[in-house]
Design a protein around this ligand. Structure first.
Ligand code: URA
Length: 213
C-alpha cells in the first residue's frame, strides 16, 4: 500500500470510531491534508469552526497566517502534511482535555508512523508537549530538538500556535523570526543528509496531495 492508501484507510477507520470523545459535537472529522510523501509534518491543536465545517486543518484565520509563515522558511503548504493533536472540534474551541488527547493519540501516532517525517513542526503547546513534556513554549520556541520517537530520530521544532500570534504582536514577531530561522535549520538537515549519502542525488520533493474532505 502507498502512504496515500494507508492514510485513506486510517481515515475511514477513524470515521467509524464512535468512541472518539469529541465526535458527537463535531460536524466533520479533520484528519489531515497535504503531501503524503512529506518529510515535514506539522501538528496543530484541534479544528476550529471553519475546519469543522470544511473537514480540513488550518483553513481559517490561523491557517491564512500559516500560509504566510511557510514561505519565510522556504516552504509551501503543498510540501508538508498537516494534522492536529485532536481531530474533532472541541466545543466552543476550548483546549483539548488530557483524556481527549489520549483518545486521539493512537490515530495521530499512526499518522506519524505512515508519514515517517524527518522533521515535525509543532504548532502550539499541546503538540509540543507530545514530544517535549515539561517545557515552556516561551523558552523553547523556534529551536531544534532531536527526539527519539518510537525508535526513530526525529527533529522537532516547536513553534507558537498561529492563533497566539494573531492575539499578540510580540508573539507574532517571535514567530516570524522562528520561521525565518527554520529555513536554516531545514537547510542544515538537508546538507547533513547529503553528506551521509554523498553520491545520491537530492531527493526531489514528491507531491502526492491528500485532500481528505
Ligand atoms: N488551529 C489548529 O490548531 N488546528 C486547526 O486545524 C485550525 C486551527
Amino acid at each position: 500500500m502507498t502512504k496515500f492508501e494507508e492514510l485513506h484507510k486510517l481515515k475511514e477507520e477513524m470515521e467509524k470510531d464512535d468512541t472518539l470523545p469529541l465526535k458527537k459535537g463535531a460536524t466533520k472529522l479533520v484528519f489531515g491534508t497535504g503531501n503524503t510523501k512529506a518529510k515535514i509534518l506539522c501538528i496543530g491543536e484541534g479544528p476550529g469552526h471553519n475546519e469543522d465545517k470544511i473537514g480540513e486543518p488550518f483553513v481559517g484565520q490561523a491557517g491564512k497566517l500559516l500560509d504566510k509563515l511557510f514561505p519565510l522558511a522556504g516552504l509551501t503548504r503543498k510540501e508538508v502534511f498537516i494534522t492536529n493533536i485532536v481531530h474533532h472540534r472541541p466545543p466552543e474551541n476550548r483546549d483539548p482535555e488530557p483524556h481527549e488527547i489520549e483518545a486521539y493519540r493512537k490515530y495521530l501516532d499512526k499518522i506519524i508512523k505512515i508519514i515517517d517525517p524527518e522533521v515535525i513542526i509543532t504548532l502550539g503547546r499541546f503538540s509540543m508537549a507530545k514530544f517535549l513534556p515539561n517545557v515552556f513554549i516561551s523558552s523553547v520556541h523556534g529551536k531544534k530538538y532531536n527526539v527519539s520517537w518510537n525508535g526513530k530520530n526525529i527533529v522537532v521544532v516547536p513553534m507558537y500556535h498561529p492563533a497566539a500570534s494573531l492575539r499578540n504582536g510580540n508573539v507574532m514577531e517571535a514567530e516570524k523570526t522562528d520561521f525565518v530561522n527554520l529555513r536554516e535549520i531545514l537547510k542544515k538537515i538537508q546538507n547533513d543528509k547529503q553528506s551521509l549519502v554523498n553520491s545520491e542525488k537530492n531527493d526531489k520533493v514528491e507531491v502526492e496531495q491528500m485532500n481528505l474532505v
